[in-house]
Design a protein around this ligand. Structure first.
Ligand code: AHR
Length: 517
C-alpha cells in the first residue's frame, strides 16, 4: 500500500513538473509600423554553390546523358525546388575553390576540357564539365543573379580581367569572340563579383594591408562594359577579426561596393569535434543557437567600424558564408562536408535571417553555405532521389521579406535558460511588402516551453491574420529520402487580434510566419 502511494505521489509530481515546464514564457514585441526602416534586400536570401563534395556534381549537374531528368545537364527536380524559394543570387565557384579555379578550363567543348585536381576539397578530379556557360544557364533556370568569385590567390589580373570581358563585353574582342564561338552570342549580365575569398586564409594567407593593395590592383582592371555594372565585393573578415575590416575600410574604401564576412556555427566551437548533425542533446541545441545568435554581435561590431569610414552606408556588408558546420554524416567523405539538416538548423536559419533583416541598412547580401549536399543545405540528393531540408522551408517562409520595408521592432524576450547560461527565447523581425501586408517572422528557441507573444503594433491596425509554422515533435527531426515530408510548414492558428495588435502562442522549438492585413 505504502509503495502504491509512493507511485501515485511520484506520478503526480511528474505531471506537475511537466505542466510547469509547459507554462508559456511571456514576451512583448513592439512593431513600429509608423516608423518604417530600410529596404530588406532580397539578396540577403542568397545562396552559395561551390565545387565541393556533391554540391555541383550530383547536386546540380548530372550531365545531358543522365537518366535523371535534366535540362541541358541540370537536374529538373533541384531547379523546381529552388524556384519556389526565389533564390535571388548565387555565389560560385567557391569558396576556397575559387582561388584555385582557372575559368578557361571550364569553357569550350566539354569533351576537351581540362581535368585538374581539386586540391582544396578531397583531391578529387575536377573535370570542369560544369563551367561558366553551365553556371549561367543554371542561374537563368532558377531565376538567380550570378555572383562570380574571382581568383586572386593563384590567378592573375589578366585572367580575371579576361573573364569579365568574356562574360559581359558585347563588342568584337578576343574574349567576346571566344564566347560566341562557345555558343553564347549575347553577353550576360554579371551584377556581383568577389575579388578573392578568405584572402587571410585559403585565398592566399595575406595580411590585410597586402590584400587591400591586391584588391586595388585587380579591381582596377575589372571593367564595367556597356550595359553591365559590377558590384565589387572585397574579401572580408573571418568572424571577429575587426582589424581586417578596419584596414580594408581605410585602404580600399569606396573602391569596393561590398565587404564580406564569414561566420559558421559549430555546436562545440571545436573544429576537430564539431558535433553530430542529428544525434544531440538539449545542451547541444542550446549551444548551437547561442553561437548562431553571435551573428548579431558580429554584424553590429563590423558595421560600427564601417560606419566610421562610410557613415552613409554606401558599402554593403556581405555575409556570403554562414550556416551550421557539423561533423560529416558517418560513412561519407570527410572532405565533402555532407551533413543532415534538422529542426535545429531551421531555428538557426530563422534567427540568422531575422538578424539580417534587422540590420538591413548595412547587410545587403548574404549567402547560406551551401545550396545542395554541403553544410547547411537547402537540398539533399542521392542519385535520382532528392529531399528538401527544414532550412529550405525557412527560406520559403521568409520569401515574404524579399525587398520589403523593415518595420523596426523591439523585443522584450523571456530567457531560455539551461544550467547557468541563458539566451533570448524569442527572435523576431517584421516588414511591410509592396502590397501593404505586414509580415512578422518569429522563432521560439526554447524546446520545452511555448512562448506567448503580445504584440503592440504601432501605426496600423491588423484586421485579419494568417500564419504558417515549422516545427516537429523532436529537436532532431529531419527529412530523409524515404520520409521527405517529416518536417514541413503547416497552418498556424494560435493567434488573435487584440486592441493594440495581436497575441500569439508559439509552440516550443518553432518558426512562425504571420501575415497581417
Ligand atoms: O563553405 C566551405 C568553405 O568554408 C569555403 O570554401 C571557404 O570559403 C570557407 O572556409
Amino acid at each position: 500500500m505504502k509503495s502504491k502511494n509512493c507511485i501515485i505521489i511520484a506520478a503526480t509530481l511528474i505531471a506537475i513538473a511537466v505542466a510547469a515546464a509547459e507554462e508559456p514564457t511571456t514576451n512583448l514585441l513592439v512593431i513600429h509600423a509608423d516608423k518604417p526602416g530600410a529596404q530588406i534586400s532580397r539578396n540577403i536570401y542568397g545562396q552559395f554553390s561551390e565545387h565541393l563534395g556533391r554540391c555541383i556534381y550530383d547536386g546540380i549537374w548530372v550531365g545531358e546523358d543522365s537518366p535523371i531528368p535534366n535540362t541541358r545537364g541540370i537536374r529538373n527536380d533541384v531547379v523546381e525546388a529552388l524556384k519556389k524559394i526565389k533564390v535571388p543570387l548565387l555565389r560560385w565557384p567557391g569558396g576556397c575553390f575559387a582561388d584555385e579555379y582557372h575559368w578557361m578550363d571550364g569553357v569550350g567543348p566539354r569533351g576537351q576540357r581540362a581535368s585538374r585536381i581539386n586540391t582544396t576539397w578531397g583531391g578529387v578530379v575536377e573535370n570542369n564539365q560544369f563551367g561558366t556557360h553551365e553556371f549561367m544557364d543554371f542561374c537563368n533556370q532558377i531565376g538567380a543573379a550570378p555572383y562570380i568569385g574571382g581568383n586572386v590567390g593563384s590567378g592573375t589580373v589578366e585572367e580575371l580581367a579576361e573573364w569579365v570581358e568574356y562574360l559581359t563585353a558585347a563588342t568584337n574582342s578576343v574574349m567576346s569572340d571566344l564566347r560566341r564561338k562557345n555558343g553564347r552570342g549575347q553577353p550576360w549580365k554579371v551584377p556581383f563579383l568577389a575579388i578573392g575569398n578568405e584572402s587571410w586564409g585559403c585565398g592566399g594567407e595575406m595580411t590585410p594591408e597586402f590584400y587591400a593593395d591586391s584588391f586595388r590592383r585587380y579591381n582596377a582592371f575589372v571593367k564595367n562594359y556597356p550595359g553591365n555594372w559590377i558590384y565589387r565585393i572585397a574579401s572580408g573578415a573571418n568572424e571577429g577579426d575587426y582589424n581586417w575590416t578596419e584596414v580594408l575600410m581605410k585602404n580600399i574604401g569606396g573602391r569596393m561596393n561590398g565587404l564580406s564576412l564569414h561566420y559558421y556555427t559549430l555546436p562545440t566551437g571545436n573544429w576537430s569535434h564539431k558535433g553530430s548533425a542529428t544525434h544531440f542533446a538539449e545542451a547541444d541545441w542550446f549551444e548551437t543557437l547561442r553561437r548562431a545568435l553571435r551573428m548579431d554581435e558580429l554584424v553590429t561590431n563590423h558595421s560600427a567600424i564601417m560606419d566610421k569610414y562610410d557613415p552613409q552606408k554606401k558599402i554593403g556588408l556581405v555575409v556570403d558564408e554562414w550556416g551550421t558546420w557539423y561533423d560529416v554524416e558517418p560513412g561519407t567523405n570527410p572532405e565533402f562536408l555532407y551533413q543532415q539538416n534538422t529542426l535545429r538548423d531551421a531555428l538557426v536559419a530563422g534567427v540568422t535571417l531575422n538578424i539580417f533583416n534587422q540590420h538591413c541598412d548595412r547587410v545587403k547580401i548574404a549567402c547560406i553555405a551551401q545550396m545542395v549536399n554541403v553544410l547547411q543545405a537547402m537540398i539533399l540528393t542521392d542519385r535520382e532521389k532528392m529531399t528538401v531540408t527544414p532550412s529550405y522551408w525557412v527560406f520559403e517562409m521568409y520569401t515574404v521579406h524579399h525587398d520589403a520595408t523593415l518595420l523596426p521592432s523591439e523585443l522584450q524576450s523571456a530567457d531560455y535558460q539551461l544550467g547557468d547560461q541563458k539566451i533570448p527565447a524569442v527572435s523576431a523581425s517584421a516588414s511591410r511588402d509592396k502590397a501593404g501586408k505586414i509580415h512578422v517572422t518569429l522563432c521560439n528557441l526554447n524546446p520545452n516551453q511555448p512562448a506567448e507573444i503580445t504584440c503592440d503594433l504601432r501605426g496600423v491596425e491588423a484586421r485579419t491574420i494568417s500564419g504558417r509554422i515549422l516545427t516537429a515533435p523532436e529537436m532532431n527531426a529531419h527529412n530523409t529520402f524515404e520520409r521527405p515530408k517529416d518536417v514541413g510548414p503547416a497552418e498556424f492558428t494560435a493567434f488573435r487580434v487584440t486592441n493594440g495588435g495581436f497575441a500569439a502562442t508559439l509552440p516550443p522549438k518553432s518558426v512562425v510566419a504571420l501575415e497581417l492585413k
